[in-house]
Design a protein around this ligand. Structure first.
Ligand SMILES: NC(=O)c1ccc[n+]([C@@H]2O[C@H](COP(=O)([O-])OP(=O)(O)OC[C@H]3O[C@@H](n4cnc5c(N)ncnc54)[C@H](O)[C@@H]3O)[C@@H](O)[C@H]2O)c1
Ligand SMILES: O=C(O)[C@H](O)COP(=O)(O)O
Length: 528
C-alpha cells in the first residue's frame, strides 16, 4: 500500500483518482505544523501541497520514503527542488489549471486600479459619498506593460486587447514570432518602466526576478503608473514600493502576493492607494478543481510508472514519445549496470553514443537510465533513480557526454556506453532488434550477441586451449548450470572473452576460482 499525505486544502472531488485507488491510502491533514509534518512525513511515498506547506530541505531529509511531491498549482518556490532532486524525489506541478482564474484576478486588479473600486466601495460602506475623490482613468488606448508573457501573461494580454489597450511585453524567453502570434509588442524592461501606464507582473520568483521592481525601476516609471502583482511576492521590493506610492510615482498598486505571507505587519496593507487580496489568484472553484484533478492524475501515473507530463525536475514524456522510447529504457539501464559491474577503478567519464534512429528520439530519459544503472552499482539501488542520477554524477565530478550520430554501424539503432575510470576504459553497445528485443552486440570491440537478462559470468582471458573446459568443470562442481555460452577473440592465441549465461546467482568464491585459472586476466559476475 502506498501512502499519500495531502498537507494543504485541495479539492477532494479533484483528488478522486487517488482516493478511489485501492492500493493507495490518502491522508488529508491540512494546516500541519512544520514539526508535525517532519514527524510523519517519513511514512509517505507521496506528498501533495499548495503554496502554504513549506517543503524545506529539512522536511525532505525526514522524508525517507518519499517518491513524489505534487503541487496543486503553478509556483514551486515553496518546495526545495534541489534538495528533492538530490534525494531522487520527483516534483510535479499542475501549471495549466489556474491560468484563467489568475488572469481574471489580474484583470480585476487592473480595472479596480483604474476606477478606485475597492477604495470607493469601502468609503461608501462607511457612509462616505465621495464622487470627487474617485475620478479614475480609462483603459482604452493606455499602454499595459506585461512582465512575463507565459500562460497567465498571455491570457491577460488577450483581455486587455479587448479593452483596446496597447500591450508592451517583456519576456526574454519568448520569440518575436510568438509575440506576433499574440498580437503584442515585445520590448525591453526599461521600455516598460518608461512607457507603461499600467504594469502587471506574471513571472515566477527566481534569482533574476527577485526585486526586479526596485528603487531604480520606480525611478524610471511614468508618474501615476498603476502596478499589479498577482505573481509572487519578492518580485516587487515592498520597501521601494511604499516610497514610490508616497512620492506619487505609483498612483495605485494592487497586490495579491507579498514578500512575507501573510503580510499582517506590512505597512502596505494600511496604505490607502494599495488594493490587497490574500493570495487569491487560484482561489476559484474551477481552478481548484482543475489543479487537483491534474495533480492527482500525474501523481497516480508517476506512482504507477505511467506517462506523466509536468515533472519539474525530470523530462516530461508524452504517451506517444514514451511509446517509442519505452523499450529502450530497460536496455539503457542494463547497459549501465553491465559496464559498471565489469570495470575497475573510480569513474571519471561516461560517454554515451546514440546512433541511427534512436539519435532522433528524446534521449534524456535514456541517459538518466544509463547513469542510474551505472551509479546504482556504487551507491545502492535505493539511493539512485531517474530524478537524481544526473545530479549525483555531477556531484562526483563525473563527466557525462551525450553524442548523437546518424551512422548506423549496421544496426537501425545502437547505444554505446563508454566508461573511463582512473584505471581503464571499457565499452558496451546494445541495440533493439526488431522482433527479437534487446541485445548486447559489442563489448570492447568483440562482436557479441547476448540477451541482457539473468545471471552472466564474463571472463577476460588469453585464447588458449582448455580454458573454457576448466570454466565448465569449476561451475559443474558447484552445481551451476551453463545455459548459454559465447566466446570471442581478436586473433588466435590473442585476447579473448567468454560470456556464460548461468541459471543462478554465483558466489564470490566461485568467481575467485575462475579467476585463478591460468591465462585468465579477470572474471566478473553480472546480474541483469
Ligand atoms: N496569485 C496566484 O495565486 C498565482 C496563481 C498562479 C500563478 N501564480 C504565479 O504566476 C507565475 C506565472 O504563472 P504562469 O502560469 O504564467 O507561468 P509561465 O511559466 O507560463 O510564465 C512565466 C513567464 O515568465 C517568463 N520569465 C521568466 N523569467 C523572466 C524574467 N526574468 N523576466 C521576464 N520574464 C520572465 C517566462 O519566460 C514565462 O514566459 C507563476 O510562477 C506563479 O508564481 C500566482
Ligand atoms: O502558484 C500558484 O499556483 C498560485 O500561487 C496558487 O497558490 P495556492 O495554490 O496556494 O493558491
Amino acid at each position: 500500500m502506498q501512502k499519500i499525505l495531502v498537507s494543504d486544502t485541495i479539492s477532494e472531488i479533484g483528488l478522486k483518482k487517488l482516493l478511489e485507488a485501492k492500493d493507495i491510502q490518502v491522508d488529508i491533514k491540512p494546516d500541519l505544523h512544520t514539526d508535525e509534518l517532519k514527524n510523519i512525513i517519513g511514512q509517505y511515498q507521496g506528498l501533495l501541497v499548495r503554496s502554504q506547506t513549506k517543503v524545506t530541505r529539512d522536511i525532505i531529509k525526514a522524508a525517507k520514503n518519499l517518491l513524489v511531491i505534487g503541487r496543486a498549482g503553478v509556483g514551486i518556490d515553496n518546495i526545495d527542488i534541489k534538495a528533492a532532486s538530490e534525494q531522487g524525489i520527483a516534483v510535479i506541478n499542475a501549471p495549466d489549471g489556474n491560468t484563467i482564474s489568475t488572469a481574471e484576478l489580474s484583470f480585476a486588479m487592473i480595472m479596480s486600479m483604474a476606477r478606485w473600486i475597492p477604495q470607493s466601495h469601502s468609503d461608501l460602506k462607511q457612509g462616505i459619498w465621495n464622487r470627487k475623490k474617485y475620478v479614475g482613468v480609462e483603459l482604452n488606448n493606455k499602454v499595459l506593460g506585461i512582465i512575463g508573457m507565459g500562460r497567465i501573461g498571455s491570457e491577460v494580454a488577450k483581455r486587455a486587447k479587448a479593452f483596446h489597450m496597447h500591450i508592451l511585453a517583456y519576456d526574454p524567453y519568448i520569440t518575436q514570432e510568438r509575440a506576433k502570434q499574440l498580437g503584442i509588442h515585445l520590448g525591453t524592461i526599461d521600455e516598460i518602466f518608461t512607457q507603461a501606464d499600467f504594469i502587471t507582473i506574471h513571472t515566477p520568483l527566481t534569482k533574476d526576478t527577485k526585486y526586479l521592481i526596485d528603487e531604480k525601476a520606480f525611478s524610471m516609471m511614468k508618474k501615476g503608473v498603476r502596478l499589479a502583482n498577482c505573481a509572487r511576492g519578492g518580485i516587487i521590493k515592498e520597501e521601494a514600493l511604499m516610497k514610490a506610492l508616497d512620492e506619487g510615482v505609483v498612483e495605485v498598486a494592487a497586490l495579491d502576493v507579498y514578500e512575507k505571507e501573510p503580510p499582517l505587519d506590512s505597512p502596505l496593507l494600511k496604505h490607502p492607494k494599495v488594493i490587497t487580496t490574500p493570495h487569491l489568484g487560484a482561489s476559484t472553484q474551477e481552478a481548484q478543481l482543475n489543479v487537483a484533478i491534474d495533480v492527482a492524475q500525474e501523481i497516480y501515473h508517476y506512482l504507477k510508472n505511467l506517462p506523466f507530463k509536468n515533472a519539474v525536475n525530470m523530462p516530461a514524456l508524452s504517451p506517444e514519445i514514451l511509446h517509442h522510447i519505452r523499450p529502450f529504457i530497460s536496455l539503457a539501464e542494463k547497459l549501465g549496470v553491465f559496464i559498471s559491474s565489469i570495470i575497475l577503478g573510480a569513474i571519471e567519464k561516461i560517454e554515451i553514443h546514440y546512433s541511427g534512429n534512436i539519435a532522433d528520439q528524446e534521449i534524456n530519459i535514456l541517459t538518466r537510465n544509463i547513469l542510474k544503472g551505472i551509479l546504482r552499482q556504487h551507491l545502492g539501488v535505493a539511493e539512485v533513480n531517474d530524478v537524481n542520477a544526473p545530479l549525483l554524477a555531477k556531484k562526483r565530478d563525473i563527466e557525462v557526454l551525450e553524442i548523437r550520430s546518424s551512422k548506423t554501424h549496421g544496426f537501425t539503432n545502437l547505444i554505446t556506453v563508454k566508461l573511463k575510470t582512473n584505471i581503464e576504459e571499457k565499452f558496451i553497445s546494445g541495440t533493439l532488434l526488431n522482433g527479437y528485443g534487446p541485445r548486447f552486440v559489442n563489448f570492447n570491440g568483440f562482436t557479441i550477441d547476448i540477451l541482457p537478462e539473468g545471471h552472466l559470468i564474463i571472463t577476460d582471458h588469453i585464447d588458449k586451449p582448455g580454458i573454457v573446459g576448466k570454466f565448465g568443470t569449476i561451475l559443474g562442481k558447484a552445481n551451476i548450470n551453463i545455459g548459454t555460452m559465447q566466446v570471442g577473440r581478436n586473433r588466435a592465441g590473442g585476447n579473448a572473452i567468454a560470456f556464460l549465461g548461468i541459471d543462478r546467482e554465483v558466489e564470490a568464491s566461485i568467481i575467485e576460482q575462475l579467476n585463478q585459472v591460468e591465462n585468465v586476466n579477470d572474471t566478473f559476475y553480472v546480474e541483469l
